[in-house]
Every structure is written in structure tokens, then in C-alpha cells.
Design a protein around this ligand. Structure first.
Ligand SMILES: C[S@@+](CC[C@H](N)C(=O)[O-])C[C@H]1O[C@@H](n2cnc3c(N)ncnc32)[C@H](O)[C@@H]1O
Length: 751
């Protein structure tokens, strides 16, 4: 066959894979040059080397500062306009998962680098195995070998640290799927020496490494020059496999430098893992783990499911508090969870997420997928001190009674708090699903800044201690396992709801329960009200005024830390966080910003919590009296579902939520009189008593996609004295209490 014909065939093959002739031709030329005009390596395995090389070129950052000597270890990023963390996972004989983020992402100027759980929209789980599907496991192994023969200038200055286990030979590859998990971060400066320095380097004995690929390319192979490549391995593995030693190494140094945790723990927990840590001249670091899985039973779980299960594991095992937390263990867990979930075909894990789904159908998924619950954090600004920066206020102190956890607060301050928010995701990745912001009427692009928090913060004065010690055994279901909802007899956690769980197996609140909660709001007079003592405060004046009464509300008790069930238990809905697709939008009625659902929601669906700072009623009063005149919108909510039930209500027990400065998406939910589509339900998670609880908002009826989500604040618009709450109601409900009031006022004026 002539060279021309061969070239035509190669370009046709690339076209089928979606690469244009224009893109493929120069790469083909270079490869021919590289292989001394030998077509064999190019034509092998359906032109795998050519496809890989095209993708390599695509991945190369553009611009003068990214010369050809800059290494780029990950392939295409689907959406460069997304914030800096994104995930790509591929199925096929070799499965790879890559997390990358940081300053090398093109639009990262306004975003601090972070590596964290992925948002739904930034997870690209490719069902398209177009290249890979044409490759057998054995051909992957061959391709690996060939790719290793290729010299990639890009990685000439990269440093690689790896556990020198032998590459699977062809037989192995035929029998096992490799699941490879990788993380790339950009912690270093971009100088080549700076990139390599923090890692313990040793004389290289092998000059290439395997780099996982992107959605179009299950595996990408890159090489480094021998002169700058290093390999290290953990002690144990060296001892066990002396024949495989390829270099001297200093595992301790590596573990310290790469912060991957204890070697012993790592090896014990991952005896069969193949790990790779690599850094490049661009300051990128990649860590990857490969583990072997029996392909006969394995089906790729969704990446979201894997991450949620891993995070749940982290919460229980490490409580997510450094320094116990180790990335090494985390990556090990990821691999194990991939294997575990991949072999569990009864669960919904195996369903691949659709990247465009962005959380849709997640109501259904929420039962199967767990999300980590972060312990509520106690922290507050110093008494008498105004807020400094919010991050500062978070790490200021621990409280007198030991409620505050400064370590966690610092952790939060560093990784979770950002004052500004973007229109692409107001939660800045805190929530599982992206929460976009739109203003269809022009004007402000974003709501005024606040600190997005997924969980409540507890002020120093508020009595909301969250500790395992406060939970008696009788408050949890220690003997349960798995999913409490599937047990023949409801466990003790259903006691609060009359011996029947509030949730259905679909993760919805039972209709009867919802209806009861709505009725309490609709007909408050018919329901028992607490009139708390001593008198409560609405303004910062002494003495406080007589209580106006608080509705007795029905609580839900969710399973928690001292329960034996797992995170996927059906009695853990609120703690798994937002599971539906929400959007903050500018309302046209003049209510300011509002919240709407992008999906149709059934009745009883959990939408979100109302998150804020847990402050005492007195503190709130002090705050509102300072701000009331200025604030256009106010964000306080009483946690009054149990006020007065135990006789005298102490100041520190009368708690409220203030979402003015710290809050979640719940702070955008506007009020609607009587026929709102959400209802608030107090939910006990970490505490057995009713003083502190989560204020969860569930749909009280079916809600259409794009409908505004509203909630009856329970405002008495006739009460002029209720500071911080009165506004001219624009809810539009035919039952509007505020409108009636305006009408009455108008009539009075006319008279
Ligand atoms: C919790 S915030 C809701 C979000 C708020 N709209 C915003 O733009 O941030 C409550 C404030 O929104 C406004 N608001 C909520 N519901 C309203 C309604 N039905 N009519 C008029 N204003 C409303 C009031 O100013 C109220 O203090």
C-alpha cells in the first residue's frame, strides 16, 4: 500500500473518532518522523498512538508562556469556563479518573485553587468509549508499551514518584480491568526547579510513566527524560518485592512531601494498589492509583456515587479533620469504593450520570447516594467586636464552653469560605449540584455578597453543642445496619414520628406528614401555641415583650452518628444535602432575588435547609436593631419549634438563624402567604433535643420546573412592632395577608 493510501486511511480513522483532517495531518506527520517513517506503530490498534498524540497536542496549553517544554498531564477540559476543579472519568478496559484544578485552568483568576468534591456539572462521566471500545485490554497493554517508547518533550522536566510494581503483562490485562484514580493539583510555582524540589527525588531508573486520560481517551501515556525522573516506593512494598525495585527511595520523605499520610496505613489498606505521584514543570502534581478488578462482575459505578460513599467513609473514619485525614487513604478508599460499587448491581450506583443532568433525577438518586455531613461549626466574632473578615471571625476562638472547634473552623475558613460568588454556581462547589444565578431583567448580575455555608455555624452564646456524648444510646439505633427503612420494624429513630418513619423509600416526606405541617401553618389558632417565659425580645429593649406564641411543630428525627445504619439509610435525607437542581433568579415582582427549581418536584421532596448562623434571640435583636434601618432584605428565622416546652426559656436556649452574612441558598426563598409550595419542618440530626435543629424545607405540593419556591414565613403583617420582619408583601397570593392589610389601610385612609 502506498504511503498516500496509508495516510488517507489513518486520517479517515481519525475522522471517525471526531478528529478533523486539519488537526490530524500535522500530528501524523510528526509521528511518522518520530517512528522513522514506519507505519506499523501508527496503524496498530486502530491508530491508537495517533489518536493519543492528537489528544496530547490538544491538551497542551496555548500561549507563549506555555512552551512545548511545559508538561500538561491531563487531557481536554470540557468546559474551561467552569471553576477550576473538574473531573473526568472514563469507562472501558482501563478506567481512569482525573481530578484537576488550580491556577493552570484558564479561567482561574477569580477562583482560588481548590480540590474538593466535584460539582455535578463539572463531572464529565463519559459514556462514549469511542476510542477505547475499539481496543482490547491486550491492545491497551501493547499501546502502553509503545507509548512508552515515544519521547514526549513535554515531560522532559517532570518528576515521577511511583511504587515500582511491574506493569500488568498482557495476560493480566486480559483478565483484569484496571481502575486508575488520579488527582492533579498545581501547588507549586511554575519554575521547573520549583516544581520538582518539594518532592524527594532519586536517581531515575525508569523514564516513563502512565498518565490517565480524558473522556475521549481512557489512557494517555506520557514520558519523561530519564535524567529528571524519579521513582519511589513504600518500604513494605520494597521488602516484599525486592526483585521489582527500580530505584532507591525514601518513602518517608515522599509521604511528608506529598502529604499522603502514613506509609504503614497506606500499605496495609492498599496491598494491591499501584500508585503514581508525578509533578511537572508547570507545577502540576498528579497522583494516581491503579487497582485490579475482576471484570466479570464489575460495572463502572457513577463517579458521583463513588465520591459520596468515599466522603461518607471519610466522615466516619477521619471526621475530615486534619491531620488524620490522608489523601493516600482517601485515594485508596476511592479505589475500593469503585470496586465495591461496581460490583453492587442492585444499587443505583451503576447508572452513569449524565453530565447535562446537573442533579436532575437526583431526588431518586438521593436514596442511594450518600453525602458527607459536616459537623456544625461553632464560631463567632468576638464579643463586642464587629465582624472583621468572615474568615477571621471563623477562626477567632473557641468558646468558653468548648463548643467551638477551631480546627474545623480553620479548615472551613481555608477551604470552604469565599466571600464573593459567581453566577455559575453561587455555592462555589459547596453543594453537589451547581446553583446558577440569573437576572433576566438586567441590572445586578449577582446578589450582594455573603458567605456560602452548607451547614449552620453556631455562635458562642448559643446553646447548640453537638457532641456524641450528648446523644444517649436510646437516641440512636446502634443495632441497625444498612437502611433502617427496609427493616421489618421501624427502629427507635422513628419514635419521634410516632413509630413510623417520616420518609418514604423514595426519599420523600410522607404526604400525611406534610399535610399536617401545612395545616399547622394554615390554622395556627387551632393548634397549640407555646407562650415562652421569660418574655421574649423583638427589639433591643428592656424589659422584653410578652411572647406572641410559637407554634408547636412536628419534628423529624434522622439517624446519625450513633446509629448503626449507613449514609444511604432512608432516614437520612436532610443530612445528605441538596439533591435537586436550583437556581437563584431576580424576581420581577420586586421581591429581590428568589429561588426556583429547574426540575419538577414531587410533593414531599427535600429542597434545602435554611442555613445561617445560630444565634440567640438576644443576639439577633442586637444585630437587627443596628441594621434594621439599612437592610433592604432581612434573613432571620426563629428556631422556635420548641420554645417554652420546658418551662423557662433561658436566653442561650432561645435560638434563631441569621443568614445575613453566612447562609446557603435557603436565604433566597421568598415569602408567600398561605399557598406557598414549601413548608418548613424541624429536623433533629446531631442533637436529640429540640432547641437546636435543622430547619428543612420540603415541597408541600407538586412544583413545576422553573416555578419559584416560596415559604410562608408566618409573618403577622399587622404587627408593626416585629422588628426586621415587616415588609410590604408582594407575594401575589390571592390570600395575601399583607395585601389585605394594605387594602384595609387604603380603606381607612379613604374613610
Ligand atoms: C430571606 S430574604 C429572601 C431573599 C431576598 N428576596 C433577597 O433578594 O435576598 C427575605 C427578604 O426578601 C424580601 N421578601 C421576601 N418575600 C417577599 C414578599 N412576598 N414580598 C416582598 N418582599 C419579600 C423581604 O425584603 C424580606 O426581608
Amino acid at each position: 500500500m502506498s504511503n498516500k493510501e496509508r495516510a488517507r486511511r489513518a486520517l479517515d480513522a481519525m475522522k471517525e473518532l471526531g478528529f478533523s483532517k486539519k488537526e490530524a495531518t500535522p500530528v501524523l506527520r510528526s509521528l511518522l518522523k518520530l517512528f522513522d517513517n514506519s507505519w506499523g506503530p501508527i496503524e496498530d490498534e486502530c491508530y491508537r498512538a495517533l489518536a493519543d498524540a492528537i489528544l496530547d497536542i490538544r491538551d497542551r496549553p496555548q500561549g507563549p508562556e506555555h512552551g512545548s517544554n511545559c508538561a500538561r498531564m491531563v487531557a481536554l477540559e470540557e468546559d474551561r469556563h467552569q471553576p477550576s476543579t473538574s473531573l473526568v472519568v472514563h469507562g472501558g478496559p482501563s478506567t481512569s479518573l482525573v481530578v484537576h484544578g488550580g491556577p493552570c485552568d484558564l479561567d482561574s483568576e477569580t477562583e482560588a485553587p481548590r480540590m474538593k468534591r466535584p460539582r455535578t456539572n463539572s463531572i464529565d462521566i463519559s459514556a462514549d468509549h469511542s476510542i477505547d471500545s475499539q481496543l482490547s485490554p491486550s491492545s491497551s497493554a501493547t499501546a502502553l508499551k509503545r507509548a512508552r517508547q515515544m519521547m514526549d518533550q513535554d515531560f522532559q522536566d517532570a518528576a515521577f514518584l511511583r511504587e515500582p510494581k511491574p506493569e500488568p503483562d498482557i495476560d493480566d490485562a486480559q483478565n483484569f480491568h484496571d481502575v486508575q484514580v488520579g488527582i492533579i493539583s498545581y501547588p507549586f510555582s511554575t519554575s521547573s526547579s520549583g516544581a520538582a524540589d518539594p518532592l524527594a527525588l532519586h536517581t531515575p531508573s525508569q523514564n516513563q510513566s502512565e498518565i490517565s486520560g480524558n473522556k475521549d481517551r481512557p489512557i494517555q501515556y506520557c514520558r519523561t527524560r530519564a535524567s529528571s525522573t524519579s521513582f519511589v516506593e513504600p518500604m513494605d512494598s520494597m521488602a516484599k518485592q525486592p526483585q521489582n525495585r527500580e530505584s532507591s527511595f525514601d518513602h518517608t520523605a515522599v509521604m511528608h512531601n506529598t502529604k499522603t499520610g502514613s506509609a504503614d496505613e497506606y500499605i496495609q489498606r492498599a496491598p494491591c494498589l499501584h500508585t503514581v505521584v508525578a509533578s511537572s514543570t508547570m507545577g502540576e502534581v498528579k497522583m494516581s492509583i491503579k487497582c485490579s478488578i475482576d471484570p466479570s462482575k464489575f460495572r463502572m459505578p457513577s463517579l458521583e456515587a463513588v465520591f459520596r460513599v468515599v466522603e461518607d467513609k471519610c466522615l466516619r473514619s477521619y471526621k475530615i479533620i486534619p491531620p488524620k485525614f490522608s489523601i493516600g487513604s482517601l485515594m485508596n478508599d476511592i479505589c475500593q469504593c469503585v470496586a465495591q460499587l461496581g460490583n453492587d448491581h442492585t444499587a443505583e450506583y451503576n447508572k452513569q450520570s449524565d453530565s447535562s443532568d446537573n442533579g436532575r433525577n437526583s431526588q431518586k438518586r438521593s436514596m442511594a447516594n450518600g453525602a458527607a455531613l459536616m459537623e456544625s461549626i461553632a464560631c463567632m466574632n468576638r464579643e463586642g467586636e464587629k465582624y472583621k473578615s468572615a474568615e477571621e471571625s471563623l477562626i477567632l476562638q473557641t468558646s468558653e464552653n468548648g463548643q467551638a472547634n477551631s480546627t474545623v473552623a480553620q479548615h472551613l475558613a481555608l477551604s470552604h469560605l469565599r466571600c464573593t460568588h459567581g453566577a455559575s454556581d453561587i455555592s462555589k462547589g459547596e453543594e453537589k449540584a451547581r446553583i446558577s444565578v440569573v437576572n433576566e431583567f438586567g441590572g445586578e448580575k449577582c446578589p450582594p455578597s455573603f458567605y456560602y455555608m452548607q451547614r449552620n455555624l453556631v455562635s458562642k452564646k448559643a446553646y447548640a453543642t453537638i457532641s456524641a456524648a450528648r446523644i444517649c444510646d436510646k437516641d440512636g439505633c446502634a443495632d441497625c445496619s444498612g437502611n433502617c427503612l427496609s427493616a421489618p420494624i421501624p427502629c427507635t429513630c422513628a419514635r419521634e414520628t410516632g413509630g413510623e418513619f417520616a420518609y418514604t423509600p423514595d426519599g420523600l416526606v410522607r404526604t400525611a406528614f406534610i399535610d399536617e405541617c401545612v395545616t399547622v401553618n394554615l390554622f395556627p389558632e387551632k393548634h397549640h401555641k407555646f407562650f415562652c417565659k421569660p418574655l421574649e425580645r423583638y427589639r433591643n429593649e428592656a424589659p422584653p415583650e410578652p411572647s406572641r406564641g410559637h407554634l408547636v411543630r412536628k419534628f423529624i428525627k434522622e439517624c446519625w452518628g450513633k446509629c448503626g445504619c449507613d449514609m444511604q439509610c432512608g432516614n437520612r435525607v436532610v443530612q445528605r444535602g441538596i439533591a435537586c437542581n436550583l437556581q437563584v433568579f431576580f424576581t420581577q415582582e420586586g421581591k429581590g432575588w428568589g429561588l426556583r427549581t429547574l426540575d419538577e418536584l414531587p410533593k414531599g421532596a427535600f429542597v434545602c435547609e435554611y442555613v445561617g448562623e445560630v444565634v440567640t434571640n438576644k443576639e439577633l435583636c442586637e444585630r437587627t436593631s443596628q441594621k434594621a434601618q439599612k437592610a433592604m432584605y432581612t434573613y432571620p428565622v426563629d428556631l422556635d419549634a420548641d420554645w417554652g416546652s420546658e418551662g423557662v426559656l433561658k436566653d442561650e436556649e432561645a435560638l434563631c438563624l441569621d443568614a445575613t452574612l453566612f447562609g446557603n441558598v435557603g436565604r433566597f426563598i421568598n415569602h408567600r402567604c398561605y399557598d406557598a409550595n414549601l413548608v418548613e419542618i424541624p429536623v433533629d440530626v446531631e442533637t436529640p433535643d429540640h432547641q437546636y435543629y435543622h430547619l428543612a424545607l420540603f415541597t408541600s405540593k407538586k412544583v413545576e420546573a422553573f416555578e419559584e419556591l416560596t415559604w410562608d414565613y408566618g409573618i403577622d403583617f399587622h404587627d408593626d412592632n416585629h422588628a426586621g420582619k415587616a415588609f410590604q408583601c408582594l407575594c401575589g397570593s390571592r390570600y395575601c395577608r399583607g395585601r389585605k392589610r394594605q387594602r384595609n389601610r387604603g380603606n381607612a385612609a379613604a374613610k
